[in-house]
Design a protein around this ligand. Structure first.
Ligand code: GLC
Ligand code: MG
Length: 256
């Protein structure tokens, strides 16, 4: 993937997926532009659930798939799990202790997931209980990262994981350092990756937590929703230099 000039690193639910017409317009735009774009999906879903969505929505196969809120990375056409990342996730990770502490908070409903590589709950619009749970984890010195999204999902992740850390890892290990990146998201679990400092878009239908997030110079707040917001931001950041002739020309210039 080192030769790719562009990367679209996008969340799925509520960002790329949500408006079929806008999605097809975006995908046709990419096909017609003949740009050399790598696609990274970064989702809260687990692997099987991500693959079902890709099939159901007829999404392009990604070059890299990051699942479970940045706790698992799958690369290559056959989507092989990145063992180094998985190993890193296992160090300093105590799922049983987290589960035990959460039992003191009956409003937290545990999500049924295929592994314990992250521990996730749902709670109904109760920020206070999330704060108390976080405090209890801290008091017991449990290494973790807590992410609250959409006023509903509470993800407890290994301390060095998350969508931002996972995206940085794949950009550093699989791409040229000059690659042009657009990061796209719509809810709390996207904050980290949208804050890395790359050109980034908050789609127009985003959750409140993204509307409230701190801006940076390359953070674009789209007015269009879902894939329409990604398209709007892509044109905003890259239209000036994204014709294929221009990209080829820039590559030649770089070789001189
Ligand atoms: C997705 C996942 C869920 C997770 C949420 C927030 O909805 O399916 O497990 O808690 O994203 O990250
Ligand atoms: Mg989302």
């Amino acid at each position: 993937m080192k030769e790719k000039a562009f990367v679209l690193a996008t969340d799925l639910d509520g960002t790329l997926v949500g408006d079929n017409t806008a999605l097809h317009t975006l995908l046709s735009y990419y096909e017609e532009s003949s740009l050399d774009i790598a696609i990274i999906y970064i989702t809260g879903r687990h692997l099987a659930s991500s693959l079902s969505l890709i099939t159901e929505e007829n999404l392009p196969q990604p070059d890299i798939l990051i699942t479970d809120v940045g706790t698992a990375i799958y690369t290559s056409l056959s989507l092989t799990e990145e063992a180094l990342w998985t190993e890193k996730m296992q160090s300093d990770w105590y799922p049983q202790k987290i589960i035990r502490i959460a039992e003191n908070f009956p409003l937290l409903k545990r999500q049924v997931l295929p592994t314990d590589n992250r521990i996730s709950y749902t709670v109904l619009q109760n920020e206070e209980v999330v704060r108390e749970f976080k405090q209890a984890l801290c008091e017991e010195n449990i290494p973790h990262k807590l992410i609250f999204s959409s006023n509903r999902d509470v993800d407890i992740l290994p301390p060095n994981s998350g969508k931002g850390e996972a995206l940085l890892y794949v950009l550093q290990n699989y791409f040229h350092k000059e690659v042009q990146v657009l990061v796209a998201g719509d809810s709390g679990n996207d904050v980290e990756m949208l804050s890395l400092g790359y050109p980034s878009v908050i789609v127009g239908n985003a959750q409140q937590e993204l509307i409230d997030m701190t801006s940076h110079p390359l953070l674009y707040r789209a007015s269009k929703h879902f894939a329409g917001g990604i398209h709007e931001a892509w044109l905003h950041f890259f239209n000036k230099n994204s014709t294929s002739a221009n990209v080829a020309c820039n590559k030649e210039t770089a070789r001189l």
